[in-house]
Design a protein around this ligand. Structure first.
Ligand SMILES: [Zn+2]
Length: 286
């Protein structure tokens, strides 16, 4: 799932490539992806891309400074910039991976795609990004938050630190992958409770958040949109690395179920060598 660093890089890429270009046509192939109907998709035509912004994990393409194409890429969505399109024929609604296409006046443009059968990519055409419920609910940006704001936000919600760190209403931008990386860098158990974190632990967690996200943004920005996913994977130390050695201590990276997915961690670095109990598994066994 694209998180803050990937969306930041896509935003940066669009700012470089698309700003100043006029929209020829906005084509919707996956009707279910478009969550708004007023203004209609035809309202985008003839408008100039004036900016690209990021709100948490949302991408915001600004048209004439007054219309916003707000995109949430969800789990399997991506933005592919095309220097040219193979055909001028409009997209036909169907079951293909392309949800939406934006054609620009120089023949280039971009496709929003979504792999798999579970479709949750969401696109909103609005006059104010705050009209998008997910954007309106966002907490402060995880990368921009200062130490005091970060600590205050983390303490505002009592729960396991992994869940609180990925709660977009607490802090915006961190998802499953980077939270694993941040907690590993901070040497914290993903199951540690936020109300029991010391000031020092919160300061370390804040520093780790800035370091992990900042590094990922630096690696990603300037890359072509198509190369970003590989770049993300190459920088990960524990996430999606179950069974491989921890690059810090050499111990084997472990996995445990969390929410409706799983998380990866290093027991030596994060939990005093004690493996975390898999609650879902123990529930099944009992
Ligand atoms: Zn380790």
């Amino acid at each position: 799932m694209p998180e803050l660093p990937e969306v930041e890089a896509l935003t940066d890429y669009l700012r470089e490539r698309a700003v100043g270009r006029r929209v020829d046509r906005l084509e919707v192939a996956a009707i279910s992806a478009l969550k708004t109907y007023d203004p209609a998709p035809t309202a985008a035509a003839g408008r100039t891309v004036t900016d690209a912004r990021r709100h948490g994990k949302f991408l915001d393409v600004v048209l004439d400074g007054e219309l916003h194409l707000v995109v949430h890429l969800a789990r399997a969505g991506w933005l592919h910039y095309r220097e040219a399109f193979p055909s001028a024929a409009p997209l036909r609604p169907g079951k293909g991976p392309i949800a939406l296409r934006v054609r620009l006046d120089d023949g280039s443009g971009f496709d929003l795609t979504e792999a798999g059968t579970q479709k949750s990519l969401a696109v909103y055409l609005v006059t104010d990004p705050a009209a998008v419920p997910g954007v309106a609910r966002l907490g402060p940006d995880a990368l921009a938050a200062d130490a005091a704001t970060f600590a205050e936000r983390m303490r505002s919600r009592k729960g396991q630190v992994k869940g609180v760190l990925t709660d977009q209403t607490v802090l915006a931008g961190v998802g499953n992958a980077y939270s694993d990386e941040i907690l590993h860098a901070a040497k914290l158990s993903p199951f540690a409770l936020t109300n029991r974190l010391t000031d020092d632990q919160l300061a370390t967690l804040h520093a780790a958040t800035r370091e992990v996200l900042g590094d990922a943004v630096r690696r990603s920005v300037g890359q072509k949109a198509a190369e970003l996913k590989g770049e993300k994977r190459s920088g990960l130390k524990v996430h999606a690395r179950t069974g491989q050695p921890c690059p810090v201590c050499g111990e084997t990276v472990r996995e445990v179920s969390f929410a409706d997915s799983s998380l990866q961690y290093c027991a030596t670095c994060q939990t005093g060598g004690k493996p975390l109990a898999d609650r879902r598994l123990s529930r099944l066994v009992r």
